[in-house]
Design a protein around this ligand. Structure first.
Ligand code: BES
Ligand code: MN
Ligand code: ZN
Length: 497
């Protein structure tokens, strides 16, 4: 919606944004403003309800003044949370995209201070809303459409320094998140495992991360059987991509890295257990776990800069069909000795993630592991797009994830782990199978399967993002399409490290 957004300094905006609670008059907050009379008059109109995210406008007609004043609703005073700023500012950003004002001042600190909202957190929400709505959703339109898509280079400022600092942070988080969304949007004929490896290398070079890529030969040598088998049928060969962030000074006691693992299936046809009807459409987004992990590394290297090392592992393959495809009835022997009977080639994500988990536990000495994966349709049935399914039996890690979820607004809901589910994954011929055909508790089966590849002493959290990685409608901070879910949660998680 915007060609760029920058935090700037200016005195005369084209649009001034003020805020109003639904249950309190605006007068006290704006009485010292030059355009107080116009704002107060406009706020008396019924459409200026003050409901969260509702906007109304005033046109002051003052020489040298703003051409437009947007009055945005913050909802009920005692219900307001700084995070509501995302909703309020998304409405403002959407309006600004239409009015095409270039210089916009957010003068909303009055009402926020009255309810003791943290101004920096509120500013962050504003930065995220503008930044996420600034994402270019038209990258794959043709030349003409792109030329016609005239977007504004937006300049933002705010009335308080702390709010401006928040905007800056929010814009930075949005930029990283938009990186994930752009990659998610990139179609499977372009975004192959090698393409993603090249992108990771490029990012590493730009941001001072280290990056190594295992190609099909190395994967073979290292017994990464999940990647090899899932990726076998495609001419776009699998890659396991490792990125590492090393802080300038490692904090004492924080020497062990946090390991982030992302399912990065560049396309999921289902393999020989082929997806039917329209089940395949959209499966270019089966790489979104990896997109979020890569984007989180961007945020980590540019703004979060934790004092603990971070390792990212992207498990990337294309699940396709050919005479070389892996098949139901195959048995894979993993590097950690576990054998897996393939019952369904469409349960492929867990097979590549298993390689990543084994690698992390064996080679990285992780403080903890978090994996993100568009793993099951079942989690969409269970939780819709409101919560991500979280599996984590370690209380400390779960606390950290839940805190990061609260800070980022990326909601997680705990789902169960239990030995009965692990038993459900046992195979009559191998150690385990990749999917129990009884069709019970699919998301939990996925987590139970993965648990066979994590050393019991390593704290681990599995996030099934199949319901939240994309938005079906144009609403709030997101247009229809990829949300980059997890980028901001991981950034918040690492900002505590
Ligand atoms: N990538 C899919 C899961 C998915 C479904 C992601 C819908 C996003 C939206 C995954 O690889 C898959 O096919 N899962 C199967 C698992 C089953 C075969 C055990 C599923 O959910 O049906
Ligand atoms: Mn699948
Ligand atoms: Zn998949």
């Amino acid at each position: 919606m915007f060609s760029s957004i920058k935090l700037s300094e200016f005195d005369s905006p084209q649009a001034l944004v003020v805020a109003k609670f639904s249950d309190s008059p605006i007068d006290v907050y704006v009485k010292k403003f030059e355009d107080a009379a116009a704002i107060i008059a406009a706020s008396a109109r019924t459409e200026c309800s003050g409901d969260l995210g509702k906007i109304a406008e005033a046109y002051p007609l003052r020489e040298g003044g703003p051409t437009r004043i947007i009055i945005v609703g913050l909802g009920k005073k005692d219900k307001f949370k700084a995070a509501d700023m995302r909703t309020a500012m998304a409405a403002v950003a959407r309006r600004i995209a239409v009015t095409r004002d270039v210089k916009v001042t957010l003068a909303v600190s009055g009402p926020l201070s009255e309810v003791k909202a943290d101004l920096e957190t509120a500013g962050r929400g504003a930065g995220e809303a503008f930044g996420l709505l600034g994402w270019d959703s038209k990258q794959f339109k043709g030349k003409k459409a792109r030329e016609d898509d005239k977007r504004v280079a937006l300049e933002l400022t705010a009335d308080k320094k702390s709010f401006r600092n928040g905007i800056e942070f929010g814009l930075a988080l949005a930029e990283s998140t938009n990186y994930a969304r752009t990659l998610s949007e990139t179609p499977p004929n372009i975004a192959t495992p090698q393409f993603i490896a090249d992108l990771a290398k490029k990012m590493a070079k730009q941001l001072g991360l280290s990056c190594t890529v295992m190609d099909e030969k190395t994967l073979e040598k290292e017994e990464m059987v999940g990647h090899i088998n899932v990726g076998k049928a495609s001419e776009n060969k699998p890659r396991m991509i490792r990125l590492a962030y090393t802080p300038e000074v490692v904090k004492k006691g924080k020497e062990k890295p946090v390991v982030l693992i992302g399912k990065t299936m560049t396309y999921d046809t289902g393999g020989l257990s082929l997806k039917v009807n329209n089940g395949m459409v959209g499966m270019k987004r089966d790489k979104d776990g990896g997109c979020a992990v890569l984007a989180a590394m961007h945020a980590i290297a540019t703004v979060i800069k934790p004092k603990r090392p971070v390792v990212a592992i992207l498990c990337s393959a294309e699940n396709s069909i050919s005479d070389e495809a892996y098949r139901p009835d195959d048995v894979l022997t993993y590097r950690n000795g576990v054998t897996v009977e393939i019952t369904n080639t469409d349960a492929e994500g867990r097979l590549v993630l298993a390689d990543g988990l084994i690698w992390a536990c064996e080679k990285e000495n992780p403080a903890y592991i978090v994996d993100l994966a568009t793993l099951t349709g079942g989690v969409v049935v269970a939780l819709g797009s409101t919560f991500c399914g979280m599996f984590c039996e370690d209380d400390t890690l779960r606390g950290k994830i839940e805190a990061a979820a609260a800070a980022s607004g990326e909601r997680v809901w705990r789902l169960p782990m239990h030995d009965e589910y692990r038993d459900m994954m046992k195979s009559p011929i191998a150690d385990i199978l990749n999917s129990n055909p009884n069709r019970k508790a699919h998301p939990v089966q996925g987590a139970a399967f993965l648990s066979y590849f994590v050393k019991p002493e390593v704290p681990w959290c599995h996030l099934d993002i199949a319901g939240v990685h994309a938005s079906e409608s144009d609403s709030g901070m997101f247009v229809k399409g990829p949300t980059g879910w997890g980028t901001r949660l991981l950034a918040d998680l690492l900002s505590g490290e």
